[in-house]
Write a protein that binds this ligand. Structure first.
Ligand code: NAI
Ligand code: MG
Length: 356
């Protein structure tokens, strides 16, 4: 089993080091770790945010644990040299088309949600977002219109095979959860969404035990705050998924708690190859102060063990250790507590060792 660690910038190295302590505590036999440069750190050392050797290291591994990229200095660089180009490059080069973002309320921590506790209590959803298509990857440009004004344009497209493969991911995930898929589109207006919806309906025939329904994206956004407990798996495209997955993470509380997985088609012998990262960025405002909440990175490690290494039992142990840590009130500054990155990691490790 090979894991590539790509800590990156800002709090990335701090939270990845914390996740590594948890990984070390599991003492998995036959595990090999590699560490590579990515983001601004890589740009400074190699002149590129995603050096060829980092990409090779990621390709050779069964899974990648990624911290975050982004640095105030990077803002002045051309787009292809900006640290953020590294994560987009990794997703594209590694064919990672399925982004999974689970968001669930933590028992006893409903007060972290901006929603009323009775709404927050029922949240347990998974956003399955398509990551390689849509308006982000379509042709785009600037032109002068008939009135002589500058006009920006982007094009949105989805073909059936792109929809089909992400739909299979969502239905398979729902089969292991509560058996419901809500497909989100804008089929009343967009041709892309018409193909999306028709294809999803077709894929659903392979999963007779899963209940499928459809929502327009505007309604989905409303339902997410009005009655988020109704959702199990939300299946959607790149653009709508970007927005809805941020919204889904906000309704359960802090950004420092939420993990993500980006999966491709390649299998590894133990599971599916994937890249795992906390949903937060490099947080330059708190970097170097030991204040970063490492739980999102630690929960990303749990997803890695589950999806890429086939170690469900270890993933579950980590999740229970995190729940106990939160339940014991070991909270970082983002949750109104005073625990440092190190203290939180130490608490998770100690809980992990006491859970069989
Ligand atoms: P951010 O997620 O880095 O920070 C937003 C706010 O949340 C900040 O106040 C930060 O201190 C806080 N925060 C984030 N993670 C935290 C944690 N684990 N514990 C405690 N507090 C935490 O987003 P922002 O400020 O928009 O972006 C900062 C940089 O990160 C930018 O360069 C951006 O491009 C990059 N970024 C990178 C991502 C990635 O690597 N996948 C994703 C999002 C942003
Ligand atoms: Mg986003």
């Amino acid at each position: 089993m090979k894991i590539a660690l790509l800590p990156g910038d800002g709090i990335g190295p701090e939270v990845v080091a914390a996740a590594r302590r948890v990984l070390d505590a599991l003492a998995l036999p036959g595990l090999v770790l590699f560490e590579g440069d990515v983001g601004m750190a890589a740009y400074r050392r190699h002149g590129h945010p995603l050096p060829a050797e980092t990409l090779e290291m990621a390709r050779a591994a069964d899974a990648v644990l990624f911290g975050a990229v982004g640095d105030p200095e990077g803002d002045n660089l051309p787009r292809e040299h900006r640290p953020e180009a590294a994560i987009l490059g990794l997703r594209a080069e590694l064919g990672l088309f399925a982004n999974l973002r689970p968001a669930a309320g933590w028992p006893g921590l409903e007060h972290l949600s901006p929603l009323r506790p009775e709404l927050a209590r029922g949240i347990d959803l998974l956003v399955v977002r398509e990551l390689n298509g849509d308006v982000y990857f379509g042709a785009k440009g600037e032109r002068t219109n008939a009135a002589g004004e500058r006009e920006g344009w982007d094009s949105m497209s989805y073909c059936e095979s792109e929809v089909r493969r992400i739909a299979h991911t969502a239905f398979a995930a729902a089969g292991k959860r509560r058996g419901r898929v809500t497909s989100v589109d804008k089929a009343n207006v967009l041709e892309t969404s018409r193909i999306w919806r028709e294809t999803v309906v077709e894929v659903a025939r392979d999963y007779p035990d899963i209940r499928l329904d459809h929502l327009y994206v505007d309604n989905a956004a409303m339902q997410m705050v009005r009655a988020p407990g109704q959702f199990d798996v939300i299946l959607t495209g790149n653009l709508f998924g970007d927005i809805l997955s941020d919204q889904a993470s906000a309704v359960v509380g802090s950004i420092g708690l939420l993990p993500s997985a980006s999966l491709g088609e390649r299998t590894t012998g133990h599971g599916t190859f994937g890249l795992y990262e906390p949903i937060h960025g490099s947080a330059p405002d708190i970097a170097g102060h030991g204040k970063a909440n490492p739980l999102a990175a630690i929960l990303s490690l749990a997803m890695l063990l589950r999806h890429s290494l086939g170690r469900e039992a270890d993933a579950g142990r980590i999740e229970r250790a995190v729940a106990k840590t939160l339940g014991d009130g070991v909270l970082g500054a983002d949750l109104g507590g005073t625990a440092s990155t190190e203290q939180i990691a130490a608490a998770v490790v100690s809980n992990l060792l006491s859970i069989s």
